[in-house]
Design a protein around this ligand. Structure first.
Ligand code: ADP
Length: 447
């Protein structure tokens, strides 16, 4: 960048200088031309006076190095010429300046020489006796003027090159130095500083991007940490039932189990296998939700019907626990992913049954209120202690691990619910009193 600024500045400076030089030369040329014309007129007037006073004698011994002087009579015959033989010269009556002088008393003309390299300037005056005195001089051409100034111009050009070179490199340095000194890690440091006024929008842009990058990095790190924790938890959760299964199998293998105990042992192995299956299913479900965020396809569905289906499929489980489950509400159309909405109702009702007392109750309501669709699942169960309320949605968090184990919990149900609710832009609230029951309220905005 520094090189480019230097090059551009240098070229611009030289160009400006060259253009100025041409303009100055043009003006000087014009000035000198006018001066020369004026001088020629003065000289002609002086000479005319001389000839008027002394006649032909005036020309004797006259030193006219640069001037050509011609004396012409009223008929155009050349009476005297200092450069040519007047006798053989043609009639001069048709010459422009002579004609004009005869008519008005004074005439001027400019004629180019054959080579066009120089111009001849003529001035003619009519004397009182009717004769014409003409003076002419070679006028400087712009080229002669230029050659005359060749040396100072040459020096000026060299000087201009050198000065422009030094200034351009200095300028490039002055412009680029503060930019090079910017610490891209802290662009805010330069806000409002004189040297950085012009680059401030760029600095702000860098700063905004850095903030975004920092946020993205934090998010990636956090996600990686959550994944790591999750994997560790999954391995741990799988290990427990697998150890139990292998323990029971080993006892059976070694014949250490009495015949009448074989059946209960097989039942225990089956229960542990079911736990593993449930866990794997929940993990798959959660992973699907994690990956689905980018490509969810919402469709028109009825939240009430979905809830009815979930309640129906849990009827047996409720019976087994001696819990009654009921649902109320009306058709509640909304945009969503039916399987995911189903898993929300299913998991909430499943918990309401699992963490209930014998003879307890679970009631589900679905309603459209204002611009929201609201699902509630209320139970008369064991309730959630105040200090656990915040944590129950964490993966693998359980209030009472052994109770959760006993009822076949995985610790993932509510994290699936939370994820699924968020996917529908909704939110979930919990109210609970330990010992007397809980109420989960899910609110979906109507888009
Ligand atoms: P789990 O598979 O253990 O049920 P969840 O994620 O569904 O896992 O729930 C987390 C914990 O929250 C449960 O272990 C339980 O302690 C508590 N919990 C969830 N729902 C209820 C409820 N309706 N009543 C009482 N406790 C509940």
């Amino acid at each position: 960048m520094s090189k480019k600024i230097f090059k551009t500045t240098w070229i611009v400076a030289i160009l400006v200088f060259m253009v100025s030089l041409v303009v100055v030369l043009g003006i000087s040329y014009n000035y000198f031309s006018n001066l020369q014309k004026k001088q020629l007129k003065n000289e002609t007037e002086l000479a005319a006076q001389g000839v008027g006073l002394s006649g032909r004698e005036y020309f004797e011994g006259l030193n006219t190095e640069d001037y050509r002087i011609t004396w012409i009579d009223a008929e155009g015959k050349v009476l005297y010429d200092n450069e040519a033989d007047s006798e053989v010269m043609e009639n001069h009556l048709e010459r422009e300046e002579v004609k004009e002088a005869l008519e008005t008393g004074y005439g001027e003309a400019v004629r180019y020489s054959m080579t066009l390299a120089d111009k001849q300037l003529y001035a003619a005056i009519r004397l009182s006796d009717g004769t014409i005195l003409r003076l002419s001089i070679v006028q400087v051409t712009i080229w002669t003027l230029f050659l005359g100034f060749a040396q100072p111009i040459g020096i000026a050009v060299i000087l201009a090159f050198v000065v422009a070179f030094v200034l351009a490199s200095r300028l490039a340095e002055v412009i680029v130095k503060p930019i090079n000194e910017i610490d891209p890690g802290e662009p805010e440091k330069y806000y409002g500083k004189e040297n950085y006024k012009e680059v401030e929008p760029l600095l702000r842009h860098i700063s905004a991007q850095q903030k975004q990058l920092r946020l993205d990095r934090e998010k990636i790190e956090q996600t990686a940490l959550i994944r790591q924790e999750f994997s560790a938890n999954v391995s741990h959760e799988l290990k427990t039932p697998l150890h139990a299964i292998s323990g029971y199998a080993e006892l059976l293998e070694n014949g250490m189990v009495k015949d009448e105990d074989v059946k209960p042992f097989a039942g225990k192995i089956r229960a542990e296998s079911l736990r593993i299956t449930a866990l794997v299913e929940d993990i798959i479900h959660l992973t699907k939700l994690d990956n689905a965020d980018a490509q969810i396809r919402m469709e028109e569905c009825d939240l009430f019907r979905i809830a009815e289906n979930a309640v129906d499929s849990l009827e047996n489980a409720a019976d087994e626990m001696d819990v009654t489950i009921e649902i109320s509400g009306t058709e509640t159309p909304m945009k969503g992913v039916p399987q995911t909405l189903y898993s929300i109702v299913y998991n909430l009702c499943d918990n309401a049954i699992k963490y209930n007392h014998r003879g307890g109750k679970v009631s589900v309501t679905v309603a459209a209120v204002k611009n929201q669709n609201v699902l509630t699942v209320t139970d008369t169960g064991i309730g959630i202690p105040e200090e656990s309320m915040e944590r129950i949605f964490e993966r693998f968090y359980r209030v009472d691990k052994s109770r959760s184990r006993a009822v076949g919990g995985t610790g993932l149900g509510l994290s699936i619910v939370k994820h699924a609710v968020m996917m529908h832009n909704g939110h979930i609230e919990v109210e609970s009193t330990e010992g007397s029951g809980s109420k989960f309220t899910v609110i979906f905005p109507v888009l």
